[in-house]
Design a protein. Structure first.
Lengths: 720, 101
């Protein structure tokens, strides 16, 4: 019988195996969301243990609680404001000294703490023997050994959680990290001022607050600043203390405090850690002699990435074909089962086609994330960042941005989701913003159609130059955003290179499943609504045959007469089975989509786009491959044309489009919003409509400017 | 005015008095090691490095430079960590002789 809910927070350094422990505790009963207002992932799960209901919250992995990074702020805010009943600090037992730094901060915060010495097997193998009882006694916290990868010690850990929550644990004792004479004096002075208002002590540990103020901690100062008159006096006392201590130690007080904490840890370790003949043979180091080798490192990295893409897109092609066929079959079934009409149209062309356009990505996403999880869990991702950082730093990005950007050439959706591997929120958002400039595979058909039509033998060069243009724009925008939106010194590149580890299949699968679930649930909604809207625009009004005799109508009528001889005989000669041609073309032209095309034609005219191109570009919001089929319909070549269609190519040449105009269109297709799924991914991953709107706006503006410069610049140079 | 408060501080300041012998970590070659004398730079940078264990008196060894010569992989307090070369230049070291290592 459930008696009460105990909230347990899991804290720990990155690479401490925290996620594995969390996965073992909660299994599949976990909920993945975001911490409010930030892009940091929040995982929690509810389990039953010994009649208690445990709500387990996985805090972001952090090295400390200083509140410099978003992750630290989030973790600290949860600990201070939501006051979890128990905090479990997952510690890498084989890397005890640095991992205990976070523990000292947790002790200082005054939370009910349990230390889980994880990867106890690795520590033992390295000849590190830890006296857990003594460590627990020195820190005043219960200590449990765990081996997350083998699910050992998890039950004992949960038993301890209940004991500590119920105050039945005898080893729990509140200790102070002793800072020594002068520092303690100043801490006491600040505490004395704080105690003048007893209500503050009820909300925060006064010692913790005093220490934080001596560290000149921004978040703590902000909190105290809101306390009114007493707050002012506390801050003044802290300021005086900092000044005096700075005089004494000839250094910033926060540095002295950090020194002292490591001093405390060093002292404790002397008593509890015994290293028996450190094993000289370090497998991880040997592996790295090859994988990050001066000469071999880069070729091996390129090979891994190549293999990842090959496997993803060749293996993924089979299930994608099945899904495509399945969606087509269901659509056909619905089409034949239902009476003709708006409802059938909505269901078949709007909903089923829309859902189909979402789940078609699923095989690629599952596979790409399997590989990313593999890179991450083995520790190779950090090496990839190590190898590529020099290149990425040129754009002001982190080495870890390289993989998400590269994945963009396959599909921007998983690529944007892969930006999660970046620790800094600024790097993450910047990587997401420039990711769509990596030309995804769905844009290739458009390039093939246009380049094949207008550039003949140099089509390949034209397409290649478009990919190059995308990379150049990404570099330029990256630099621009770095100096405008993300000013200030970037976080130092202090990246841990954890020992290589053999990942567990369970955590790989959970990782893969998380991503895919997010994709289906959260993005699906955005994509489905978008698809239905574009379907509606193209399908209504129902029976308008010719657009009203407004200005746009006249233009189109003139164009109709001018270019109808060219495509129509072509369509007849080839005996195109689509059977759309003239009627469908007129219907689409009369639809809201067609009218919209006419309406915004003046906007696109300086880029050399006519109304048909404008309509194709609008419909391309849903997905880039639609640009080709829309052009097919509008040029009366049929909807089921592909990029190799000779009919459509002839029609395009006859429509008055020039090579220069075609190149401007290719550049536009490269640069503007790749597809609705990408918009969904950006919304989901930035957790912000503001960034989503910004991404759409900037890419549209940039696309217009780039196409304008190409078209008008080319004309000035006499190229078109 | 400098008041020395405890043994530890006395020890540390005696290190910093020999500032003439300081070499930026970025000038270390692969396999070389030394002891941190001082970390320069803005507060956030120094603090982050300190939290990761770059404390005065701590031994650091250069494991290797990346294929493009930047960043650099270091071993500090028993774990591997990488820093950009420009960041490593702000960590001032006292080199340890080979035989002392």
């Amino acid at each position: 019988v459930t008696r009460e809910t105990i909230t347990v927070a899991l804290a720990g350094n990155p690479n401490s195996g925290k996620t594995t422990v969390f996965n073992h505790i909660t299994g599949t009963r976990q909920h993945v969301g975001n911490w409010p207002g930030v892009t940091v992932e929040k995982k929690e799960g509810i389990i039953q243990h010994n009649g208690y209901r445990l709500r387990v919250v996985d805090l972001p992995g952090t090295y400390s609680l200083t509140a410099y990074s978003v992750e630290e702020i989030v973790a600290r805010r949860f600990l201070v404001d939501e006051k979890p009943d128990v905090v479990v600090d997952i510690v890498d037992a084989s890397n005890l000294e640095r991992n205990l730094y976070l523990a000292t901060q947790l002790i200082e915060l005054g939370v009910k703490l349990i230390l889980a010495l994880n990867m106890a097997d690795v520590a033992e193998a390295r000849g590190h023997h830890i006296d857990a009882d003594k460590l627990g006694a020195l820190l005043g916290v219960p200590v449990v050994f765990t081996v997350g990868t083998r699910n050992q010690g998890i039950k004992e850990l949960l038993n301890k959680v209940v004991e500590v929550a119920e105050d039945r644990e005898t080893s729990s004792r509140h200790i102070h990290i002793a800072y020594g004479g002068e520092l303690e004096k100043e801490i006491k002075k600040i505490q004395d001022v704080i105690w003048q208002d007893p209500s503050i002590g009820k909300r925060y540990s006064t010692r913790w607050l005093a220490v934080k103020l001596l560290e000149n901690d921004g978040a703590a100062r902000e909190r105290v600043g809101t306390l009114g008159e007493i707050g002012g006096r506390i801050l003044a006392q802290a300021e005086a203390g900092r000044a005096r201590l700075g005089e004494i130690y000839q250094d910033d007080t926060e540095m002295v405090l950090t020194d002292q904490r490591y001093g405390f840890i060093g002292g404790a370790l002397k008593e509890v850690l015994r290293v028996s003949a450190e094993t000289k043979f370090d497998v991880s180091r040997q592996v790295d002699l090859i994988l990050t080798n001066r000469l071999l490192g880069i070729p091996i990295f390129i090979f891994f990435i190549w293999a990842m893409f090959q496997l993803t897109f060749t293996l993924g092609a089979y299930p994608m074909a099945w899904i495509d066929a399945g969606v087509g079959w269901i659509g056909g079934l619905a089409a034949s089962a239902l009476p003709a009409g708006v409802f059938r149209d909505l269901l078949v062309n709007g909903v089923i086609a829309g859902v189909g356009s979402v789940i078609i990505f699923l095989p690629n996403i599952l596979l790409l994330f399997f590989f990313i999880a593999l890179f991450e869990d083995t520790g190779y991702l950090a090496r990839a960042a190590f190898i590529m950082d020099r290149v990425m730093h040129v754009i002001g990005l982190h080495g870890k941005s390289f993989i998400p950007l590269l994945m963009g050439f396959g599909c921007n959706v998983p690529a944007i989701m892969a930006a999660r591997t970046l620790e800094s929120e600024r790097d993450r958002i910047l990587t997401i913003l420039i990711n769509p400039l990596m030309s995804c595979s769905a844009r290739l058909p458009v390039y093939v159609l246009l380049a094949g039509t207008f550039f003949g033998a140099s089509a390949g060069n034209a397409i290649f130059s478009i990919y190059g243009l995308g990379i150049a724009l990404a570099i330029a925008m990256g630099k621009l955003f770095r100096v405008s939106l993300f000013r200030g010194d970037s976080a130092p590149f202090v990246m841990e290179l954890p020992p290589y580890r053999v990942p567990t299949l369970k955590s790989l699968l959970i990782h893969m499943w998380d991503r895919s679930g997010i994709f289906l649930r959260k993005m699906g909604r955005v994509i489905l609504i978008g698809s239905v809207v574009v379907w509606f625009l193209g399908a209504f009004p129902r029976h308008a045959v010719v657009p009203p005799a407004a200005a746009p109508g006249r233009i189109s009528a003139g164009e109709l007469a001018a270019d109808s001889p060219a495509p129509r005989p072509g369509a007849q000669r080839s005996g195109h089975g689509g059977g759309v041609s003239e009627e469908e073309r007129l219907r689409l032209e009369g639809s809201y989509l067609g009218r919209l095309g006419h309406l915004i034609e003046p906007v696109f005219a300086p880029l050399g786009f006519d109304w048909r191109t404008s309509v194709a570009v609008i419909s391309g919001f849903v997905a880039k491959e639609i640009v080709v089929s829309t052009l097919g319909v509008l040029h009366a070549a049929g909807a089921d044309v592909n990029e190799e269609s000779e009919v459509l190519r002839r029609a395009l040449r006859a429509s008055g489009m020039t090579p220069l105009g075609a190149y401007a269109l290719m550049a536009f297709v490269l640069t503007y919003v790749p597809c609705l799924a990408t918009v969904g991914a950006i919304r989901r991953e930035t957790n912000s409509w503001k960034w989503t709107a910004f991404s759409i706006t900037y890419s549209l503006t940039l696309a217009w400017v780039v196409a304008f410069v190409i078209f008008q610049g080319g004309r000035l140079l006499g190229l078109g | 005015m400098r008041r020395l408060l405890d043994k530890e501080l006395l020890l540390k300041s005696s290190v910093s008095l020999r500032e003439g012998a300081m070499i930026p970590l970025s000038q270390f070659k692969e396999g070389e090691r030394g002891v941190i004398v001082k970390v320069q730079g803005a507060g956030a940078f120094r603090k982050r490095l300190q939290e990761m264990g770059f404390i005065r008196g701590t031994e650091v060894s250069v494991e290797k430079y990346a294929p493009l010569r930047d960043p650099v992989e270091l071993i500090v307090k028993g774990y591997h960590v990488s820093l950009r070369v420009e960041e490593a230049a702000r960590v001032l070291m006292e080199k340890q002789e080979e035989e002392g290592a």
